[in-house]
Design a binder for this molecule. Structure first.
Ligand SMILES: [Zn+2]
Length: 94
């Protein structure tokens, strides 16, 4: 596979590490109309993760394109959501 340009394709996530933190995934809440995607993982993978920002809060959205399911983490401070997104990228949380 060609070396990717992170800003265009988004990074690839690492496989989950042994003993990784298990996030709680909820049904999407749709509590605000406008959700901004701050960052997302590469769309060549079956499951994509997006760091989202809405109403001054942040959360991570997980989309499984094969099963056509969408889930999201609890809404929290933007910095905490970014931390969670980075943990997912590194395989430390899933
Ligand atoms: Zn890719």
């Amino acid at each position: 596979m060609a070396r990717e340009i992170p800003d265009f394709h988004g990074p690839h996530i690492e496989p989950p590490l042994p003993g990784h933190f298990k996030l709680t995934w909820h049904e999407p809440t749709n509590r605000v109309a406008r959700i901004r995607v701050v960052s997302h993982t590469c769309e060549c993978r079956r499951t994509t993760y997006e760091l989202c920002s809405a109403a001054g809060q942040g959360f991570v959205r997980r989309t499984d394109r094969e099963k056509r399911t969408v889930h999201e983490t609890s809404w929290t401070l933007s910095a905490a959501a970014r931390h969670t997104f980075e943990q997912i990228l590194r395989g430390e949380a899933r």
